[in-house]
Write a protein that binds this ligand. Structure first.
Ligand SMILES: O=P(O)(O)O[C@H]1O[C@H](CO)[C@@H](O)[C@H]1O
Ligand code: HPA
Length: 296
């Protein structure tokens, strides 16, 4: 007998219920770890680790550098959910599956999602190890995770995308980076379907379109998170110079190694941002940041 077909909202609700029953409490903040950034999860204290394969309806990652665990724990006083590994369009999943974890977070009552990703640096001044905070994106996948009939329980038919990446949260990230002596650089992320890396001509095209970094993830998740009413902050770690910028070949090993190397730096910023977000009224900006908020 074939499985009954259940809708996306029902599936996400079932996944969320399983997670809720596995942990003492569900924090309102979630972090998604990109390629090579798995080890950031090691900084999570008192973690309950739930393998994705145990969560009803959850997909399982197929890409090296994406462990496939959901953790619920804390960084000092900040409770958070960590998604150790994500799903990509190039793995063959429809975007509804790629973004399913965002729907589960929505049903868990998460308010803020922090996305992280490994990226190629397009802008000439960007170097491996630089930390970019997304100010905007270009969805060049040629698909949209909200395609198909709209379920109003999940969000509106035509969600606004004028501020996908919360200006206020970006300012917090910049401010905490500054306190730590880490330059958190604003930039535009171009999302391509992959899995082949770009050609130099494609990178020149992306540069002309206004992109600063390039990758194969993040954007579908950000669109769905906004559709679901969550605030989004996204960090793109520059793991390599984009194709043709230096003329050197790109490999996933280089991406993973650069991610691993930058884990302590990103960890410091994430810790500070998580503490600010968990502090009631903690996203409030200092006078210095209020005057500076516009360019982040
Ligand atoms: O975006 P994340 O998952 O960090 O991974 C990036 O790194 C992989 C390519 O090396 C691609 O999956 C690209 O999107
Ligand atoms: O250069 C890149 N291009 C696309 N995706 C990436 N992910 C890490 N580096 C890259």
């Amino acid at each position: 007998m074939s499985e009954p077909v259940i809708d996306l909202a029902a599936r996400a609700a079932e996944s969320a219920l399983f997670i809720k029953r596995s942990v003492p409490a569900v924090p309102p903040l979630a972090l998604v770890l990109g390629s090579g950034l798995n080890e950031l999860a090691e900084g999570v204290q008192d973690a309950t680790v739930i393998p994705y394969r145990d969560i009803p309806h959850f997909p399982v990652p197929t890409v090296a550098g994406h462990a496939g665990n959901l953790l619920v724990g804390r960084i000092d006083s900040a409770g958070l959910i960590v998604l150790q590994g994500r799903f990509h369009y190039y793995e063959g999943h429809p975007l509804e599956v790629v973004t399913f974890p965002m729907r589960v977070l929505q049903f868990l009552g998460v308010r803020t999602v922090i996305l992280t990703a490994a990226t190629g640096g397009i802008r000439a001044d960007l170097r491996p190890g630089n930390l970019v905070c997304l100010s905007d994106h270009l969805n060049l996948i040629g698909d949209n995770p909200l395609r198909g009939s709209n379920d109003t329980r999940l969000g509106t038919r035509f969600p606004d995308m004028t501020e996908v990446y919360s200006k206020k949260l970006r300012a917090v990230a910049r401010e905490e980076g500054k306190r730590l002596g880490i330059n958190v650089i604003p930039g535009v992320y171009a999302c391509l379907p992959g899995p082949s890396y770009e050609t130099p001509a494609e990178i020149r095209m992306l540069q002309a379109l206004g992109a600063d970094v390039v990758g194969m993830s993040t954007v579908p998740e950000a669109i769905v998170a906004r559709h679901g009413g969550m605030d989004v902050l996204a960090f793109a770690l520059v793991t390599n110079s984009a194709a043709g910028v230096l003329g050197t070949p790109i490999s996933h090993k280089e991406v993973l190694d650069a991610g691993k190397k930058a884990t302590p730096l990103l960890g410091k910023v994430l810790r500070r941002v998580a503490l600010r977000l968990s502090d009631p009224g903690g996203t409030g900006l200092t006078a210095e940041m209020q005057t500076f908020g516009g360019d982040v």
